[in-house]
Design a protein around this ligand. Structure first.
Ligand SMILES: [Zn+2]
Length: 416
């Protein structure tokens, strides 16, 4: 009995304490003292990559929040010769380390400016000299707003000619000197002069890890280097650019920005697949698209380092971007690479599966302006394939297969 009385006494005290807390909270709130509004989202960083025809701006935020944007007409009353695009970020405050003005001056954008528009809104303004089109979309984990601005082709001011920026293709491709042995790209009418190879993951992001400890980031870097060598040794004749040369972390949106700002003609992202099913094996090649295939969506989530929920959100937001992607060329490239890759591996190895060409919303393919594919060149989760991925001979077969698919695509042939 005394036990019951004790319990009652504890309950009475607890309820009294709860009532007091609620009362104090209510009073504080009505007096305007209570911090009812959530803490502000910090606008942490604004990065950009650009050339005279293209600029990608990435605004990194502390967490997800709402934003809106507007492209303003040129305003004669304020006597400036450029247009402004602004993004209003709700419930936000300027981060402590964020500079107020980020000069760009690439001939397309003059600068990005960030300011506290009102107590709840940060406004990021882009001063644009010549704009043809722009896309704005969020990526998650961490939450960032990506703005891709395309300029009016050819209407470039003088300062656009920056030595570090590729502009060889901006107007007319220069006629190369006649070589004794014409290179592959010369034979093919110089359509493809720059290939960007993107070794998946790197640095703090190992990618998938095999049961034996092999890390995806190491295999993709090795493959990318070997593919670059192969392209250099053979008669490709163009430029090969790598998004990373060492074991370093590069955000996905930066990899895309590298390909676009270098005006690449082809973008190949190299990855190694993984599945909870140890028996899963083979090669598959992706293009940017929405997907109903649960496995492909899970893979996109893993490669994007997000949840599958974020993949669904992305599909919804990016519907028009996905529709305007270079789908036909990308499909043809993916088909050639996937078929040739599987065939090349089969020349030396048994049990190679081709899982075909698929679409899924990969961050790294969003906004690319050239035929772009993501190759999953084996399963690191499959013990047999993990073992093979440690052998140079197997890696060379993968590289030879990708190269062969690339050559087929360049020559206009296709295995579709
Ligand atoms: Zn990967």
């Amino acid at each position: 009995m005394s036990n019951t009385r004790d319990i009652r006494a504890v309950w009475t005290k607890a309820i009294a304490a709860l009532c007091l807390t609620l009362f104090l909270l209510a009073s504080a709130s009505s007096a305007g003292l209570c911090a009812a509004s959530p803490p502000k989202v910090a606008v942490e960083e604004i990065r950009h990559w650009s050339n005279p025809n293209y600029t990608r701006i990435v605004i990194t935020l502390g967490r997800k929040t709402k934003f809106s944007h507007r492209l303003l007409k040129q305003d004669p009353s304020i006597n400036v010769g450029w247009r402004r695009l602004y993004v209003d970020i709700e419930g936000a405050a300027l981060g402590a380390k964020l500079p107020k003005t980020i000069p760009i001056n690439d001939g397309l954008l003059k600068a990005a400016r960030a300011g506290q528009f009102d107590k709840d809104t940060v406004r990021v303004v882009l001063d644009i000299e010549s704009i043809e089109d722009f896309k704005i979309f969020p990526l998650e984990e961490p939450y960032r707003i990506v703005i891709d601005v395309t300029g009016v082709h050819g209407a470039l001011p003088k300062e656009a000619a920056k030595p570090a920026l590729p502009k060889a293709d901006a107007v007319q491709p220069p006629v190369p000197p006649v070589a004794a042995d014409p290179t592959l790209s010369q034979q093919l009418g110089l359509k493809v002069r720059k290939i960007v190879i993107d070794p998946g993951h790197g640095g703090k992001d190992p990618g998938a890890v095999g049961k034996g400890g092999l890390q995806e980031k190491d295999v993709t870097l090795k493959l990318a280097r070997m593919l670059r060598e192969k392209l250099k040794k053979t008669a490709f004749g163009g430029t090969v650019i790598m998004t990373r040369e060492t074991d370093v972390f590069i955000p996905l949106e930066e990899r895309t920005a590298i390909a676009n700002s270098k005006e690449a003609d082809i973008f190949i992202s190299i990855h190694i697949n993984s599945s909870p099913k140890r028996t899963a094996s083979g090669v598959e090649t992706y293009i940017l698209n929405v997907s109903r295939d649960a496995k492909a969506r899970r893979l996109a989530a893993r490669e994007n380092a997000t949840s599958t929920r974020s993949v669904s959100d992305l599909e919804f937001i990016l519907n028009d971007l996905i529709k305007t992607a270079k789908t036909n060329d990308s499909s043809r490239l993916a088909s050639s690479v996937n078929t040739r890759l599987a065939a090349k591996l089969r020349e030396n190895y048994g049990g190679i599966k081709s899982n075909g060409v698929k679409g899924a919303p990969f961050y790294v393919l969003v906004g690319t302006k050239m035929p772009s594919i993501l190759v999953e060149a084996s399963f690191i989760s499959n013990p047999e394939e993990e073992k093979r991925l440690r052998e140079d001979k197997y890696l060379q077969s993968i590289v030879d297969g990708i190269y062969s698919g690339l050559a087929e695509f360049l020559s206009g042939g296709s295995s579709v």
